[in-house]
Design a protein around this ligand. Structure first.
Ligand SMILES: CSC[C@H]1O[C@H](OP(=O)(O)O)[C@H](O)[C@@H]1O
Length: 364
């Protein structure tokens, strides 16, 4: 079952899917129905739902809903395989940087053919496929809980003094970016649950304001001690306040540990290095793409200028102003202390080897 102790970005039962419209947060908490892959593609592209893991689960479940209601139109297993493959490939085009949707698509496509060797009855084949797709929901929540435990333990062990810890995070990586609990914000939640958290600073994260609109919403909801800062305040914060760790999420981690994350992450990593503060990436392995060798291969999404020049439709910049609006940047592995995953905490230069050996164990 989904974790109802925190906020639900996605609500699902077989044949029915709705998402919390994050464009209306924090003022309005409105769930919008997702009836099809097209609905999901639009919701992901316009960022009604965002966050690498949430994007993937929303996409997969939108396909499950459409497949469930299209049974009468799909007359063979081959027709189901073509339909599912085409829809997954389409979903992967909604946003180019986060890798989770493409990873989920590849996982499901790899499942289709062997499944037809096991299940020749069309209706039972569809049922089995729906069961497989629905597992993405529970797996994400389990992954986040594990990331939270590993991350809280690592940050605590890195600071043996009995004092409670102060950390900095960026963007939104909580229940609104995942199925529940979160990745980097899940580490913060676990630190708080362990009574190890004194304070979490978080950036407002211009221009979409994932911090001020979403992370603030989650931390106030959970009553976790916090303080919001403008993105431009991070340097002075690290210079003047006792920050024990910076922990952020990821949209794509490559084989060498380079990491694409929300714009502004790279400069936080440089500041952390300068101030000798450990810098952690918290991400499920569904955000890791070992086929990309370095961050140079990651496509950085450019977002519309209006997302920088307006807030809730109100102009905050001169009419006609020209802008540059990359939604992500890449932090080199050399600036990353460790990558916290559901399988453990890895140094960037050991990540590929560790994950490949884990995959080998699972496949044998
Ligand atoms: C666990 S969410 C990962 C990642 O997604 C966010 O980007 P966006 O809000 O544009 O989807 C941000 O980069 C988070 O760190």
């Amino acid at each position: 079952m989904q974790d109802n102790q925190t906020l639900q970005s996605i609500r699902y039962q077989r044949g029915l899917l709705s998402i919390l419209d994050q464009l209306q947060l924090p003022d309005e908490s409105v769930y919008i129905p997702i009836h099809s892959v097209d609905d999901a593609w639009k919701a992901i592209h316009t960022m009604s739902i965002r966050g690498a893991p949430a994007i993937a689960v929303c996409g997969v479940l939108s396909l499950a809903v459409e497949l469930h209601h299209s049974r009468s139109k799909l007359e063979s297993i081959a027709a189901v395989q073509h339909f599912v493959t085409d829809q997954l490939n389409y979903l992967s085009t909604a946003r180019p940087t986060a890798v989770n949707m493409a990873e989920a698509a590849a996982t499901i496509i790899d499942y289709l053919i062997p499944l037809s060797d096991k299940q020749v009855d069309l209706s039972l084949y569809i049922d089995d496929l729906l069961d497989f797709m629905e597992k993405f929901l529970e797996h994400d929540l389990a992954d986040n809980r594990s990331i939270g435990r590993y991350g809280a333990e690592t940050i605590r062990n890195n600071n043996p003094s009995p004092q409670q810890l102060t950390v900095l995070t960026h963007c939104n990586t909580g229940s609104l970016a995942t199925v529940g609990f979160g990745t980097a914000l899940g580490v913060v939640r676990q630190l708080a649950a362990n009574n190890d958290l004194k304070l979490v600073y978080f950036t407002e994260t211009r221009p979409y304001n994932q911090g001020s609109r979403l992370t603030a919403y989650e931390l106030v909801h959970d009553r976790i001690p916090h303080s919001m800062i403008c993105d431009s305040m991070a340097g002075l914060l690290m210079r003047t306040q006792p920050i024990h760790a910076v922990v952020v999420g990821a949209d794509c981690v490559t084989a060498n540990g380079d990491t694409a994350n929300k714009i502004g992450t790279y400069q936080l990593a440089i500041l952390a290095k300068y101030h000798h503060i450990p810098f952690y990436i918290a991400a499920p392995t569904t955000s890791i793409d070992l086929t990309k060798k370095t961050g140079a291969e990651i496509v950085i999404e450019q977002r519309p200028s209006r997302e920088m020049t307006t807030i809730k439709g109100i102009n905050i910049a001169a009419e006609g102003v020209q802008v540059w609006n990359p939604a992500f940047d890449v932090t080199p592995a050399a600036l990353i202390t460790s990558i916290i995953t559901e399988h453990g905490v890895f140094k960037p230069d050991e990540l590929e080897e560790k994950l490949l050996s884990l995959q080998k164990k699972v496949s044998t």
